[in-house]
Design a protein. Structure first.
Length: 124
């Protein structure tokens, strides 16, 4: 049985501010922005090249804005990815080199935390 993770919900306090951050600064693609009712708004955003998207909005998730930790995206070139985020105005950590990869981290305006990982060149 195949199981594919395709959508992760993030709690945010201001949908328009979060959408602008993820599209304008981080470079995600805005797939959907649909207001279902006064209580429900669904916004789906996808990182370029990803099979998994995030959903932000109103009336979608019970968590506190900024409570999500440990979201991770894999990139081919950590230096280039970090430079692009900095150029777009994202506050990004320095590069951390570990045995299992190279990492940088950032947070959205509410404090939901992300990391980018460049996988190590495994030697067999």
């Amino acid at each position: 049985m195949d199981m594919k993770l395709e959508l992760v919900f993030l709690p945010v306090s201001d949908v328009d501010r979060a959408k602008a951050f993820y599209t304008d600064k981080v470079g995600f693609i805005a797939d959907h922005d649909h207001t279902v009712s006064d209580e429900i708004r669904f916004v789906q955003l996808t990182p370029p090249g990803s099979a998994c998207s995030i959903a932000i909005g109103r009336g979608l998730v019970e968590g506190e804005p900024g409570s999500v930790r440990g979201l991770q995206m894999v990139v081919a070139d950590i230096e280039a990815a970090r430079a692009e985020l900095v150029e777009r105005g994202v506050e990004v950590s320095g590069i951390e080199d570990l045995d299992w990869g190279r990492f940088v981290s950032f947070a959205d305006p509410d404090g939901n935390k992300w990391s980018l990982q460049q996988l190590p060149q495994w030697r067999g």
